[in-house]
Design a binder for this molecule. Structure first.
Ligand SMILES: [Zn+2]
Length: 123
């Protein structure tokens, strides 16, 4: 199983730490500070998950408290891309992100006029 890049990632962890390997992540703005990564299973691992129905999660805490953690097969549990309307120029911008963990919209810079504003979601 290895971490893989994904469309809305915005950070790479451990880029220069060979003992860990680079982990592409989405660091979501919001109170929880949730960091999302995407892991791809090999054919053998897929077969093992099908056989056992189980996965294992190990988190290195280095003596710090365990943070709330969960695994999911559905990225929508963490975030959703949405279309929002720029309140300055009125253009619909794609790639607005809804942080599902904190239930907030992460405003992106308008691709047209570069303003950052509170926007209404158009589902
Ligand atoms: Zn705009």
């Amino acid at each position: 199983m290895k971490p893989v890049t994904f469309k809305v990632q915005n950070t790479n962890f451990a880029e220069e730490q060979e003992q860990y390997g680079t982990m592409p992540t989405l660091h979501m703005e919001g109170p929880s500070g949730t960091i999302v990564s995407c892991w791809e299973l090999s054919e053998e691992e897929i077969a093992e998950v099908v056989r056992t129905g189980k996965m294992w999660l190990g988190l290195m805490c280095f003596g710090k408290p365990l943070t709330p953690s969960f695994l999911t097969i559905n990225s929508d549990d963490f975030f959703q891309e949405a279309v929002s309307t720029c309140s300055s120029c009125g253009i619909n911008n794609v790639n607005t992100l809804v942080n599902k963990v904190d239930a907030i919209v992460i405003d992106k810079e308008c691709e047209n006029c570069a303003s950052i504003s509170e926007e209404d979601l158009n589902e």
